[in-house]
Design a protein around this ligand. Structure first.
Ligand SMILES: NC(=O)c1ccc[n+]([C@@H]2O[C@H](COP(=O)([O-])OP(=O)(O)OC[C@H]3O[C@@H](n4cnc5c(N)ncnc54)[C@H](OP(=O)(O)O)[C@@H]3O)[C@@H](O)[C@H]2O)c1
Length: 244
């Protein structure tokens, strides 16, 4: 491996938008680490993407398990000595409840993956990212995390947001986390952005989405490979900035 060879870690990359982000980065010649909590599913995804001739490897990673997160960081350190790209993609959504009927335990469960999982992985990987000459962090957010959208009671997002308090607010928190990391890391040249993939047909929404997972991955791939003049602290979709 040459020192110019880039390595990317994508959490929750065994299926859906994470796997397509992995495919897109691997097609650019980047060594891609498929983070997945299930070994069979992770290995299967890596094997599928290797069939295209790419360097794609499975790394066991449950973002809610600190031991697993630490082991993944140690493995990457021992194997590559640094990390160039981190895509915090893993997320869950629970069933639908109106806000007043949503128990705290349900919100806590979603935040464990969508919020605390992102912080745990980013915290563990930052020492490795700091060794990269041009590190990039991409957080897979959602337009359902936009406070501007949530604050519009007649807008098109209300049908979803009115029954998804845990998921929507987890993405609002993720957006805030993105901005704070971006502010701290700007002077080090580490670019940190939140992206929305759009409404894609995946297991997360029982394939009701209207875009493909591959289409949804495109903005994440662009930001993961952005030049030094790329944005940071932004919330973007393929058509441009999303209102916070
Ligand atoms: N689909 C959409 O329309 C849409 C819209 C906006 C934003 N997004 C965001 O896009 C991202 C990908 O979603 P998707 O639609 O591709 O969903 P998906 O097909 O359900 O994929 C989610 C991935 O996250 C993994 N995951 C869940 N909990 C994990 C944990 N604790 N540790 C490690 N991995 C874990 C899942 O692994 P398992 O297979 O083991 O469950 C799976 O690989 C998410 O951040 C989602 O919020 C999606």
């Amino acid at each position: 491996m040459t020192t110019s060879q880039k390595t990317a870690l994508i959490t929750g990359a065994n299926k859906g938008i994470g796997k397509e982000t992995a495919r897109g980065l691997a097609a650019l010649g980047i060594t891609v680490l498929i983070g997945a909590r299930n070994p069979e599913r992770g290995e299967a995804a890596a094997e599928e993407l290797r069939a295209d001739g790419a360097d794609v490897r499975f790394v066991p990673l449950d973002v809610t398990d600190e031991t697993s997160v630490r082991a993944a960081a140690e493995h990457i350190d021992a194997t590559f000595g640094r990390l160039d790209i981190l895509v915090n993609n893993a997320a869950i959504a629970t069933g639908q409840h109106i806000p007043s009927e949503t128990p705290a335990a349900t919100v806590r469960q979603v935040y464990e993956t969508n919020v605390f999982g992102v912080i745990a992985v980013t915290h563990a990987m930052l020492p490795l990212l700091r060794r990269s000459p041009a590190a990039r962090i991409v957080n897979m957010s959602s337009e359902l995390g936009s406070l501007t959208h949530l604050a519009d009671p007649t807008g098109p997002w209300t049908a979803y947001s009115s029954v998804l308090l845990p998921y929507c607010t987890s993405k609002t928190a993720l957006n805030a986390i993105t901005v704070l990391y971006a502010n701290e890391l700007r002077s080090e040249g580490i670019l940190v952005n939140a992206v929305s993939p759009g409404y894609c047909a995946t297991d997360l929404n029982r394939h009701t989405g209207i875009r493909t997972a591959r289409e949804g991955a495109a903005t994440a791939v662009d930001l993961a490979t952005a030049g030094d003049d790329g944005p940071t602290g932004a919330f973007l979709t393929e058509t441009g900035p999303i209102p916070w």
